[in-house]
Design a binder for this molecule. Structure first.
Ligand code: TSB
Ligand code: ZN
Length: 640
């Protein structure tokens, strides 16, 4: 007999060789129906794998997160089996379950095409109907190498396993795959799946290796759950900033220009300029001073700051000229330290808040680049505040509140606030314990005193100090950092910054790094996704589109209107192309222009305008002056 311990601490006896399925069935038939796998002493077991020793177990049902993983892992095998049936020479890399589904990396012997996904799905369905049992067996390394002798990828994986390790394989029908498990009992349980896309993927993620093809898919326990997920994917596609950025002519990425090096197209640049003016005014009112510093600096500058020893992996390689070594800056802090040092400072001068819209370059791994969300050349709404110790809390809080004001003005939604702390075990942080403790304590106190809820994240701090990061969620479901306030006792030390105190002695200021609304690149990705490309009027690249019904009859009046709008600081465009009226109207619609003004006989006769607002059906006729003041009011209020 075996002693089986349950999560609630109760113990029951079962025959040796009992399975998770058997235990679930002994408890209740309804539990058996929804059980998917189980943990046996923390090892994932399939439903039908015999348990041979006393153990603690936890039954996984189709309601648990782990069950989704098991199902999708089985779906990956199912897909591989189908691929093997259709492409006899196919070999397989890795095929894990991922957050919302699964993938498998495949060397099919031929180039797979999108159309093949349908065929593979059909074959998968056939295997589901065949109700193939999925069974586990264990082999020695030699036997495993023999079994996979035609697949160099699996051989490589097997060879990396420690000697004497028992290797498990899973068999369903004619198909066997190397796998740790667990799996769902039979192919018939993987009924509700869909193959989603095809992509290239280097073997082991290394671009020196052969490129395999990766098929992504997703599997769910019910038809309804699958349908819901597919709907979400469709909606996401509509919101994807990469798609919207192309359609609305916001930005361009091009591999000849360089990965992660985005170009701003006229519409994108217009929005960016509007935002720049907005940030400038906001900062002016909050007492910031604007400076401008170069994108290139000496390597020495970054050695002094500590970037060279702690941040070099994120920097592009150095350049040499005339015996000097230069780097492209990854951050602007060192320059701002030098600006601070350019004059004598007294306690009465502080706080000094230097703001700059900073173009900087970071080496980000090519696999992590994603549209405008993560790029290699970026322009940050940056600032460095130089403060006395007694000013820290007020200045951090003011900076935080300014960020919240900007986020509200932009109509963005915060997902959560993160307090990013250092991980003592990791070498990437400076090592003065006393300064770390002080900085981390101050930020925690400040958040608590102001009832700001936050999550702590160890190891996510900057190398120079802890940060308060404001996180948003993208249409794709990634959580990314939008704004940041960071407390730094290190750089003032490294640059030997001082001010003369009221005691006539030299003191060290403290630095607060602040990213207001991220980089223009990341912000644009967030805005596009949030608004599905339909910017509120104050941000829209084109606010008004004036379209004459007839080029002959109404052109003069249309031009008069357009000029008047531009004189009133509205971004208006006149459509005088030789195209059909319906075509022009539809285009203004797909470009998501907030106001569309069609000019015909009535408007000319009555000296009026007729407008239609984006997303609304009604056409409204009003006097010109009323229209202008309505739109201007909307812009000033940043209405959404
Ligand atoms: C705030 N020195 C500080 C600055 O003073 C700094 O650079 N902090 S940072 O490293 O956290 O970056 C600031 C912001 O830039 C981040 O909060 C994030 O919104 C944005 N950002 C960082 N990396 C990228 C990237 N690769 N692509 C686009 N935006 C990025
Ligand atoms: Zn900084």
């Amino acid at each position: 007999m075996l002693k089986i311990t349950f999560p609630d601490g109760s113990i029951k006896e079962f025959d040796k060789g009992i399975t998770i399925e058997g235990i679930a069935g002994a408890i209740s038939s309804s539990l058996k129906k929804i059980s998917v796998a189980g943990y046996v002493n923390d090892e994932l077991y399939d439903l039908n794998r015999p348990i041979l020793n006393d153990a603690s177990i936890k039954i996984i049902t189709n309601k648990d997160e782990e069950a989704f993983e098991v199902l999708n892992h089985s779906a990956a095998h199912l897909m591989a089996q189908a691929v093997k049936r259709l492409f006899k020479d196919a070999k397989f890399g890795v095929g894990p379950a991922i957050r919302e589904g699964f993938y498998y990396d495949i060397d099919a012997g031929v180039q797979l095409k999108e159309e093949d996904l349908k065929k593979i799905e059909k074959e998968m369905q056939r295997i589901v109907n065949q109700n193939e049992l999925i069974s586990r067996s264990e082999l020695s390394k030699e036997a495993a190498l023999e079994l996979f002798k035609h697949d160099e990828y699996k051989q490589e994986l097997i060879n990396e396993l420690p000697e004497n390790e028992i290797i498990s394989v899973y068999k369903q029908g004619e198909f066997t795959d190397l796998c740790r498990g667990g799996h769902i009992g039979s192919t018939k349980n993987v009924k509700h799946f869909k193959l989603l896309s095809l992509a290239g993927a280097y073997w082991r993620g290394d671009s020196n290796n052969k490129q395999l093809q990766r098929i992504y898919g997703t599997a769910w326990f019910t038809k309804e759950a699958l349908a819901t997920h597919l709907n979400i994917l469709e909606e996401r596609k509509e919101r994807d900033h990469r798609k919207l950025g192309k359609e609305l002519r916001i930005f361009e990425l091009n591999n000849d220009a360089g990965q992660g090096l985005a170009m701003w197209l006229p519409h994108g640049y217009t929005v960016r300029k509007v935002l720049e003016d907005y940030v400038y005014k906001l900062e002016k009112k909050a007492g910031y001073l604007h400076v401008s510093t170069p994108a290139l600096g000496t390597k020495r500058l970054y050695e002094i700051s500590g970037h060279w020893s702690h941040y070099r992996d994120n920097m592009f390689p150095v350049m040499e000229r005339d015996g000097e070594t230069f780097v492209l800056r990854p951050m602007s802090c060192p320059h701002h330290m030098i600006v601070y040092k350019s004059d004598l400072r007294s306690y009465r001068d502080l706080p000094i808040r230097y703001a700059e819209i900073v173009t900087q370059h970071r080496y980000e791994a090519s696999g992590s680049l994603s549209g405008l969300e993560r790029v290699r050349a970026m322009t940050l709404t940056d600032a460095h505040l130089f403060v006395r110790e007694d000013q820290i809390k007020k200045e951090v809080l003011d900076a935080y509140n300014l960020i919240i004001e900007a986020i509200n003005d932009l109509g963005l939604e915060i997902d959560y606030i993160e307090l990013a702390l250092r991980d003592k075990e990791k070498g990437k942080f400076h090592d003065n314990d006393e300064l770390w403790n002080l900085a981390e304590r101050l930020l925690k106190e400040l958040l608590d005193e102001n009832n700001i809820e936050y999550k702590e994240m160890t190891g996510e701090a900057a190398f120079y100090g802890p940060k308060i990061d404001i996180q948003v969620r993208t249409a794709m479901g990634h959580v990314i950092t939008m704004s940041t306030v960071q407390l730094d006792f290190l750089l003032p030390e490294r640059f030997d910054l001082t001010y003369i105190g009221s005691d006539g002695e030299k003191h060290r200021p403290v630095v607060i790094h602040r990213g207001l609304i991220s980089t223009w690149e990341r912000l644009m990705s967030i805005l596009l996704e949030q608004y599905k490309g339909a910017f509120p009027t104050w941000l829209a690249p084109v606010q008004l589109k004036v379209i004459p019904v007839s080029l002959d009859v109404h052109q003069t009046y249309a031009k008069k209107l357009n000029d008047l709008f531009i004189d009133n600081d509205l971004r208006s465009e006149l459509d005088l192309r030789e195209e059909k009226l319906g075509y022009k109207i539809r285009e203004a619609q797909t470009k998501k222009v907030p106001y569309q003004l069609v000019v015909g006989d009535n408007e000319v006769e009555n000296n009026q305008v007729t407008y239609r607002k984006y997303g609304e059906q009604a056409q409204v006729t009003v006097d010109i002056e009323d229209f202008i003041s309505m739109v201007r009011k909307e812009i000033i209020n940043k209405s959404r």
